[in-house]
Design a protein around this ligand. Structure first.
Ligand code: E4P
Length: 216
């Protein structure tokens, strides 16, 4: 399973990248706004900086909701760097845009996916990645991980090549469960990635080894 970091914060991206296990980055308009990135020039520049930091797929989201606007924006985003993946919302115009990008050799990430039906449409349109938002599904009282499992089954039976990019990760256990359910990628906040490191017995064991090492 590939690991992406889900943030537009450069310090966090660097910290995750320094671990040596990072395969890419996902952003969204909320994450970009949180970093104070404003205006087209600043947005394009920020994506370029991320591409220069991380050698992997970098998702950059379109803001238009009509086909022509999405294609226009997507072309500009894709021109920033070969690793840019154009992130397109799962709406009717978005499906048309996904197909256009597929036919024109531009990588895509279909975002805001909450059902197996939407996942089938994204795959049919040839999306490179599809992003089911498991945390938001859990938040609304449903089971996000169940969707990952259903999508894995459908994609495997049907031979869809679209990669399942589990998004809206809330904790380290989500990451473990996504790996178990066969997600191809997990995009996570930094604290969930770092949370995978933690085990009290590791800390206790290391303290004892270091203490005993003094007697060596
Ligand atoms: C995915 O690409 C989205 O940016 C993200 O995972 C959404 O997560 P949230 O539900 O924590 O906002």
């Amino acid at each position: 399973m590939k690991f992406f970091i889900d943030t537009a914060n450069l310090a966090q991206i660097k910290e995750a990248n320094d671990l040596g296990i990072l395969d890419g980055v996902t952003t969204n308009p909320s994450l970009m706004a949180k970093e104070g990135i404003k205006g087209e020039e600043a947005i394009l520049k920020h994506y370029k900086t991320i591409c220069e930091l991380v050698d992997g797929d970098i998702s950059a989201e379109v803001l238009s909701t009509d086909f022509a606007g999405m294609v226009d924006e997507g072309k500009k985003l894709a021109a920033i760097h070969p690793n840019i993946v154009v992130k397109v919302p799962m709406i009717k115009e978005g499906v048309k845009a996904l197909k256009w990008f597929t036919d024109n050799g531009i990588k895509t990430n279909c975002t805001l996916v909450f059902s197996a039906g939407q996942a089938i449409l994204a795959a049919k349109a040839g999306a490179t990645y599809v992003s089911p938002f498991i945390g938001r599904i859990d938040d609304s009282g449903w089971d996000g991980l169940e969707l990952i499992s259903q999508m894995r089954q459908i994609y495997s039976i049907q031979g869809f090549k679209t990669e399942i990019l589990a998004a809206s990760i809330r904790n380290p256990n989500h990451i473990i469960k996504c790996a178990e359910q066969g997600a191809d990628v997990c995009t996570c906040p930094l604290d969930s990635i770092l949370g995978l490191l933690k085990h009290p017995l590791t800390d206790i064991g290391l303290a004892k080894f270091l203490e005993d090492a003094k007697k060596m």
